[in-house]
Structure formats: C-alpha cells, structure tokens
Design a protein around this ligand. Sequence first.
Ligand code: T4K
Length: 371
Amino acid sequence: MAIKNKNIYVTQPHLPPLSEFIPYLEQIWENKVLTNGGPFHQELERALCEYLGVKYLSLFTNGTIALITALQALRITGEVITTPFSFVATSHSLLWNGIKPVFVDIDPRTLNIDPAKIEAAITPQTTAIMPVHCYGHPCDVDAIEKIANTYGLKVIYDAAHAFGVECHCGSVLNHGDLSVLSFHATKVFNTFEGGAIVCPDEKTKVRIDQLKNFGHAGEVNVVAPGINGKMSEINAAFGLVQLKHMGDVLEKRRTVDARYRKNLKSVPGILCLEGSGEKVANYAYFPILVKSEYALDRERLNEVLKEAGIIPRRYFYPLISEFSMYQGLPSSMPSNLPYAMQATKQVLCLPIYPDLCLEIVDEICSLIAAQ
Ligand code: T4K
C-alpha cells in the first residue's frame, strides 16, 4: 500500500514552500545576527503570544531543555507527581533536576493523569505536579488546580502536544504556573527543533530568559546557574513562516481525523480515542486502542500494518515507569498503575499529518477492518 514504495510514517513534518523561507535567510545573511535573542526570535515570541492567546512566552532550543528550565525557574525540588504515560522526556526533566518522580495512574477515558489519584500520592516532599496534555487532549485542569491550591503545589504542564489547543476558557496553555511546548519536527507546529515556556507574568519571563542564557542578567552579571537553551534565528525565522500556514495545517489534520473516525466507527474492538472536551483541537495524533474484541492484538496489528508499508507508533510503550532508571521507584509498581499498564498494551498511533491523502487513510482503515 505504501505510495511508490515509500513507507507511510506516523507523521511527516509540515514544510512551507521553500521560496517563502529564502527572504528570511537573506535577511539573516545581511544582518549577521544568528542567535542570542535576535529580531526573528523577538518577532516569533510576539507572534506566538498573539496566535496562542497567552501573555508571555520564551522560546527554547527544544522542549526538553524547556522542561528542565521550567523546573529550575520555579525552584522545584523534592518529589513531583507525574504520569507514566508520556514520552520519556517528561520524567527525564525531573531526574536532570535531582527530583524524584512519583507516578500516578491515568484516567482510562483520556489517558491523562487521573486527578482523583493525585492526593494520595502527596507527601511532605511533594512540591509540584507535572501533568501532560497527552496527544493534545487537555487534562482536567480545574481539578488539578484545586488540588494544587489546597496543598500549595506548583503545576508545570508538559504541553508538548498541545499547540493551539483551547479548552472551556481559552488556551489550555494558560493553566498551571507554566506550560511547556515542543516545536520538534514531529509536532503540529515545528521549527525543526524548538520549544517554549508559557508563563503568566513578566517577572517569571525575565527569570526564564536569564536561565536559558547561562543565567546572564547583563554583560557582566550572572544571577543563576543557567543553561544555553536559546532558539537560533534560523529556527525562529522558520517558525514565522510556519505560523502563516497553521490554519491550513489544522484544517487538513481535522479532515484526516474525521476520515479515520468515520471509517473505523464500526470496526469491533477498535476504539478511536476521543478528545477530552477541548473547544479547539489540534489533531496532533490519531491514537486507537486495540481491545480484546478485535481479531488481533496490538502487537500483531502493528506488524500487519508495517508489512504493508504503514509505520504506526506505539506512543507510549513502554511506560516511563518501566524504563530501568524508574523501575525501582515504589510508584512504578504495575499494581499502582493499572490503567496505564492497560493503555500501553493497547495503544497504536496511526499516521496523521497535513499531506496524508484521504485515499491512504481509507486503505489503512480497510486493512484494519479486514483482519
Ligand atoms: N514531552 C512530551 C510529551 C513529548 O512528546 C516530547 C517529545 C517532549 C516532551 C520533548 O520535546 P522535544 O525535546 O523533542 O522538543 C519523537 C520526537 O523526537 C519527540 O519530539 C516526541 N516528543 C516523541 C513523541 O516522538 P521518536 O523517537 O518517535 O521520533 P522519530 O524520529 O522516530 O520520528 C517519528 C516519525 O516521524 C519517523 O518515523 C518519520 C517522521 N519524521 C521524523 C523526523 C524527526 C520525519 O518525517 N522527519 C523528521 O525529521 O520521538
């Protein structure tokens, strides 16, 4: 089924016409500002604040460095409550800060952290919660906020998947103390590599900007042990071009999502994960759950699709808590994470990206239905 012997991967980055990017490159060549908060960096920060409906945003070289810096910015220590059902960067950012991750189970309907499980995991060492808007489906932000307020905890959302997502009261990125985005090649909005921290006030933005620039506060003053997390001008310029195409990108993704749902609706044992009540979705992933009523298990379906040149991904398998550096934690015990254990065995993310032909989507669905 693969087109002209080319595999169909879980995603393919959106690239705007090269001709639109060239003038930006010419400008960089002309003014010779390559990095360190140059004009395109400043322009993209402004443009993203406006597009996303957020107050302050600091660009980063990637989402992982942004997560690590977000924890530094709020001086998080001790234990942080998080989800095992995510990309490993979520928990790695905690280990890089010497913080102990405490895993709690997910809600089986959304595959996001289950707020009802958070309270029992709080100890005197707990300082924060790091939930993930998995697949761009918003967490139960109100319930999480309530718990955080009751116990005086910070909330840092890993919003790597949640570019442009809106919940009941506007951008989901305005919830929590900080939200962290990824602009990796595989994301809805990409700058090749990139990321950002969204924050609510100027003081925090200044601290984040200092932290991502070695802790510099002026030429000869260093106020914190910072890192180099700056986005370069070339990535920022590319982001400005990408942003012009977001309307089209999201519409095409929406069409692919709708086609899968229509085609797979009546396939027994295949469950298309629903959104979690977002007002504006971004269709970042198309996760299905392969239930026991289906003819094959998830592993076998994955193989069948691969044999046909379709390369889905088991996001997220294994669970983070199953990797060797997390396995020994008491909260990693499978008995603590029954729904996450179930989801990691059933989930399969099917290809979704703006240029994916609907005929290919139809063929993928026919193959799934034919088993
Ligand atoms: N938090 C969460 C919840 C995340 O999901 C991520 C990243 C992060 C934090 C960290 O953000 P960053 O530091 O990455 O900004 C990918 C991505 O590398 C990673 O960014 C992403 N999450 C994760 C879910 O997926 P892989 O190992 O699956 O990527 P890879 O290279 O296998 O790519 C998948 C498919 O995409 C390929 O089969 C083909 C296609 N592809 C990929 C790349 C890189 C392309 O067509 N072109 C490309 O340039 O991790």
